[in-house]
Design a protein around this ligand. Structure first.
Ligand code: NDP
Length: 477
């Protein structure tokens, strides 16, 4: 038994992860349900390093040095449970099972508890960066026990992406914390993509600019505060010409966004925790709206627009306004996502270091961006920062763009251009900074129809008004 790490599940992600381990000098045990994939990995990439292929799970397990470290990289859900069920009887106390697929964190919590009862470590690990990242350095978000990270940390940090020499991998927290954080990462990715799409639409509708012209604007933006992988690929996509028609590629792509579910999980969890992640929610619903075909067919050409036709006079000023509004909305989306991480961390006892999460997202993953450094710095300044937006750097950076943000959202509304993520982010910003919200009226209504009680602004206590009789007030506690 000489392999230092094992990978079972050798489709695109597992194969590339196994190659990444091998290229870093580890002896890698490899296995896949159907042996053909294992054979083709060895045939195509055997010279990447030292692989130990096995056809049976028993031989695979036997080829690993103890404590065994086994990465499962199969289709999330029932397949993961099937592989775990096959593995567990073959393992020994102290062995470490790592699920690097996109599991939903409650499943990870369940599996961790089950394997712990067998004396095994179970490490749900978020891996971001797609197949390219898996091969050349992903962002890695391992949960599970501290003890398991003592074994895994050095290996995972070794194969992860590096930014300024710092690995994009750290221990996130116990049981499902790693998969939770990966889920929120994906939710933020949804918000980021929607915000970029809205900026594109604003430039298109406001300026009547072509895809190629907008691509140049994004390329320019990528040299400043907005520098990120998503802005960079947006510029490339917008510059691409469809080889079939010669038209701009984006102009021939059908406008229906699909999703695999992590955005939905993020929003569902935010509802459970009571955290307003409006940017991610609007982004998820915007995809749903784009796919609401019968509704859109019923509405197009039927619903009254009564909108102006957009007439931007100062092109450069408008572009700068859109840029500032995009940046401000993006800060809101991240601030909300980090609030959700804080709430879950408290709920599940994970003690997640939010600054460290921003640090390990700087490289390897889809939301990698220059701006994540600013988030890490904010949490270093104030580890228990209650609101990222209220950090001194972001207060100033967003404050600088608020006027632009208001101009863009109001002009979009007047001109009938939908900006769900831009406008809901501005509404959140104004809501969270309001001295007084109209929730006073909501509480009064609730007390009226359901005797749900209210508190007063002028003294402590819980009160109820006898709405249907003499409207006298009673103090309940
Ligand atoms: P797939 O999700 O397409 O899964 C295919 C793999 O799962 C194959 O190895 C297949 O084995 C195995 N498998 C399926 N059902 C079973 C089963 N019942 N028992 C044993 N093995 C089974 O592969 P990907 O490489 O795309 O993704 C792997 C994981 O990584 C997924 O959880 C995915 O969500 C996650 N992920 C994917 C990313 C991506 O960019 N694709 C990015 C980050 C995470 P066989 O060859 O025998 O059919």
């Amino acid at each position: 038994a000489r392999a230092q790490i094992g990978v079972t599940g050798l489709a695109v992600m597992g194969r590339n992860l196994a190659r990444n381990f091998a290229r870093h000098g580890y002896t890698v045990a490899v296995h896949n349900r159907s042996f053909g994939r294992t054979q083709s990995l060895i045939a195509d990439h055997g010279d990447d390093g030292d692989f130990v292929p096995s056809e049976s799970m028993a031989d695979f397990v036997a080829s690993l040095a103890r404590p065994r470290k086994i990465v499962i990289m199969v289709k999330a859900g029932a397949a993961t449970d099937a592989v775990i069920a096959e593995l567990v009887p073959l393992l020994e106390e102290g062995d470490i099972v790592i699920d690097a697929g996109n599991a939903h964190f409650p499943d990870t919590r369940r599996r961790e508890a089950e394997l712990r009862a067998h004396g095994l470590h179970f490490v749900g690990t978020g891996v971001s960066g797609g197949e390219e990242g898996a091969l050349n350095g992903p962002s890695i978000m391992p949960g599970g026990s501290v003890e398991s990270y003592e074994w895994l940390g050095p290996i995972f940090e070794d194969i992860s992406a590096k930014v300024d020499g710092v690995p994009c991998c750290t221990h996130v927290g116990a049981d499902g914390a790693g998969h939770f954080v990966k889920m929120v990462h994906n939710g933020i990715e949804y918000a980021d993509m929607q915000l970029i799409a809205e900026a594109y639409d604003l430039l298109k509708q406001g300026l009547g600019a072509s895809a190629a012209e907008i691509g140049e604007i994004f390329a320019q933006w990528n040299t400043g505060d907005l520098e990120s992988f998503l802005i960079e690929i947006t510029a490339e996509v917008l510059a691409h010409t469809d080889p079939e028609t010669g038209a701009a590629f984006v102009d021939v792509v059908l406008d229906r966004a699909e999703q695999k579910g992590t955005g939905r999980w993020t929003v569902q969890n935010a509802l459970d925790l009571g955290v307003p992640i409006t940017g991610i929610a609007e982004a998820t619903f915007a995809r749903a709206l784009s796919g609401s075909v019968p509704q859109r067919e019923a509405a197009v050409g039927t619903l009254v627009a009564d909108a102006s036709s957009w007439d931007v006079t100062d092109r450069d000023a408008f572009i700068e306004d859109v840029r500032l509004a995009l940046y401000a909305s993006k800060v809101v989306a991240y601030s909300q996502g980090f609030d959700q991480i804080a709430a879950a961390s408290a709920e599940f006892g994970w003690d997640i270091d939010r600054g460290a999460m921003a640090r390990i997202w700087r490289g390897g993953c889809i939301i990698r961006a220059r701006f994540l450094n600013r988030i890490t710095e904010a949490y270093e300044r104030t580890p228990n920062l209650p609101l990222l937006l209220a950090d001194e750097y972001f207060t100033a950076a967003v404050g600088n763009g608020v006027g632009a943000w208001r101009r863009i959202v109001s002009q979009a509304a007047l001109n009938g251009v939908p900006t769900p993520a831009f406008s809901s982010s501005l509404a959140y910003y104004d809501g969270v900074r309001a001295e007084r919200l109209p929730a006073n009226l909501i509480q009064a209504q609730r007390d009226f129809f359901g005797a749900h009680t209210y508190q007063r602004t002028d003294r402590a206590g819980v009160f109820h008004t006898e709405w249907t009789t003499d409207r006298s007030q009673t103090q309940e506690s």
